[in-house]
Write a protein of this length. Sequence first.
Lengths: 395, 160
Amino acid sequence: MSSALDQIFVHLKGWLLFLIAGAPSWLIQIVSSLINIVAVLAVFLTLFALISVLERKILARMQNRYGPNRVGPFGLFQPIADGIKMLIKEDIVPARADKVVHFLAPVILAAIAILTLGVIPYGRNMTPFTINGGILFFFAVGSVTELAVFMAGWASNNKFSMLGAMRAIAQMFSYELPLIIAVLPVVMVVGSLVPDRIVAAQGGYTLGVVPRWFVFTPWGATAFLLFFVSGLVESNRTPFDVPEGESEIVAGHMTEYSGFKYATFFMAEYLGMFAVSGLAVTMFLGGWRAPLGVLEFVPSYVWFFLKLSALLFVYIWLRATLPRTRVDQMMNLAWKFMLPMAFTCVIAAAVWHYAGRGLRGWLWALLVIVVVYSALSVLLDTRGKFARRIYRFAE
Amino acid sequence: MNSVAFVIIAIFTLAAALAAATLPNLMHAALCLVLALLGLASFFFLLGAEFVGLVLVFIYVGAVAVLIVFTILLTGRDSREHRGFNWSGVVIALAVFGCLTWAILKAQSLTIVPPHIRALTVRQIGQVLMAGYVWPLQCVGVLLTAALIGALVLVLEEKR
């Protein structure tokens, strides 16, 4: 019963393909891909609508107000109203803008976000597209984002747009490094770039209680935090939304966009957020695996989306809590702290592997990370002297 | 199905390359070059060399294209003014084309039908890089680090 429920979507697809069983193989291949694409789009566009209203509700709760509550029960139909509003708004293209590139930029951004969603395993046998280097595909496609942002900034023919695009590209390039290097230890330990293998490697339980997710090893926990923060930057979310700081450069590269094109940018940002969180779940939080052996009767995709929503909640929580960082602070964090820590994770993972992947390796890896972390924090905070931290503007 | 895909991608890549060479607006030309590179990457995918295709997208589209675009932006040359026919460019292009054609025609793989070779997996590439070619790899790493530090030094000089 439980396995039937677990595989219900896989069976559904098999049944749909059975309907055209007599067709030539290329047609079956195309229909099979189309079913996957439609499923990914349907699930994540619904999730986007849901999260956009939930974000406003949660932010409102954290700021002691009600949030949207007029349209439908609990304001849940708000996204529909928002969508209609966005569609009937005037679509303004600046007179001196490069029309074609101006139009293509949001489309490419959204396409990239959707493509990266395609390689994540959402449940047992539920990876939309299995390719040999899935993790590499994720980052290769994701690296096109910078070009799309540049296109948006350049084609708008506006100073604020261009400056915003420059800021966005600078921060994305800087944080792509820790993002990718934080993934390296997992790839190294599993010995594969295929997301399904990475999830498979995290199966089983230590002592029958603690799941063997990589987040429960010292290097995994560190790499997870680095990955999460870098993901926050990559999706231009609040502590790190410098490219669209309203008080400084209007809306950055989105300044000259209105109506549905602006909505497309918004959607691309959210889909990118889902993709990065989904990859974090896959790499560090055990993917679709249950946290306890007793709970394995719950379908795998339920676990995946529960973990995904937990991460998304943290995104929203941070947005409600933290003020925006300054550009130079952000760059310092990336190059001086996060990059060395990411390399430390690689070394700690190697230590963990060669010390036998048991308790001994666990402690050795912890030692490596603690030593480097404390050395780095002493070096960066007090400029090499072992002294109290200096606060320039506080106290 | 593969040959159909080959023809479609070939037409797409050639059109993009032609546009990259002829468009008057340099920025449009650079963006068309990106399209041509994506076409090349899809050829690698078609041949089963997924790793090479992905790395091509990663490096050329993700990094080199952004570099080209920034260079165009920072040099700020007005490309719209007509500067006459560029004869030296034609000579260089013809020379490169001739060399490539000669090398391709000389290569063995076109004249003999290769036996069915299984595509290299990422794991095999990694093992070869880490075992046989570890010193060349390290040298490239040192070179790139030196370039990075050199760039930083240049920027620091400017600050003083």
